[in-house]
Ligand binder design. Sequence first.
Ligand SMILES: Cc1cc2nc3c(=O)[nH]c(=O)nc-3n(C[C@H](O)[C@H](O)[C@H](O)COP(=O)(O)OP(=O)(O)OC[C@H]3O[C@@H](n4cnc5c(N)ncnc54)[C@H](O)[C@@H]3O)c2cc1C
Length: 304
Amino acid sequence: MIRATLLKLSESSRFAHWVTSNDTTRRMARRFVAGETLDEAIAAARACNSVGMYTSLDYLGENVATVADAQRARDAYLEIFDRINEERLHANVSCKLTQLGLDLSTEFCEGLLLSIVERAASYENFLRVDMESSVYTERTIEIVKRVRARNPAVGTVIQSYLYRSESDVQGLLAYGCRIRLCKGAYKESDEVAYARKKDVDGNYIRLMQMLLGSGFYHAIATHDPRMIAQTIRFAANKQITKDDFEFQMLYGVRTDLQRQLIKDGYRLRIYIPFGKDWFPYFMRRLAERPANLAFFLRNFLRSR
Ligand SMILES: Cc1cc2nc3c(=O)[nH]c(=O)nc-3n(C[C@H](O)[C@H](O)[C@H](O)COP(=O)(O)OP(=O)(O)OC[C@H]3O[C@@H](n4cnc5c(N)ncnc54)[C@H](O)[C@@H]3O)c2cc1C
């Protein structure tokens, strides 16, 4: 109920204005968002690299409404790849297709994506296309397949809460596509997605096994100790080495687990979001954990 309300509020521009113009909420968002500028994201990535963690930089933004905004986002991503190369960071990049104009035109969005992937490839780097709500799943997968056929420096994300995901994994593996597996962060109806955590987790384990057994390099993105333990156990049983896959976690979430995985010799990549458009991302993080909302409300009331 709370999760659904927060995810609904994440679509409200009036609420967004209120949250983003308030100093207390801006401060709280900094737990999950590295900053508003690329320099701040680079500093966060450097700090992660210094303790052995890889990173993925995400320039926040989604559902742009104009061609000019989508082109600006494309330019920002080109600059991010240039800076990663200049700074010699262990970092790749994540982006959302609605930030590249998917709501405007599939062809236009695909063209922008291809230009970013070509820049990534020129540095032997990699672009991950995040997965958004199920309204976009089919188009995202088809675009990624077409772009990947032209340049392999791109991969995408599969969400274990969607019923369709097993068949999407099979389709993407046929293209040799690298996949990040996550549970899924959007509000979905029970016509398309499992509602119960037990079912989402069960599907996560099934899909994790398909990915790790595929022989391609994939990412297991979760903060759930049970999913992590199952992954470690499955890899050990199948003689899949620690270098054959990576774990991924979000900036500011379960830093205790992050340190433990590094200590145990696993590859870990931290997803580092930055930029001014942090509101929907922040709301999804609040929705994931009731304790985050309690923390938010406590701080907010204290500040009044
Ligand atoms: C690297 C990365 C990339 C992602 N990319 C996408 C994407 O492209 N599309 C998409 O839909 N989703 C994406 N997600 C979000 C994902 O779908 C989940 O919503 C999120 O990771 C929470 O699921 P979980 O696996 O951690 O398990 P859960 O069962 O939700 O949580 C397990 C435990 O993790 C901790 N935890 C989880 N979330 C939080 C939080 N916000 N704050 C504090 N503690 C928390 C809690 O201790 C919780 O008990 C991504 C997640 C990661 C880690």
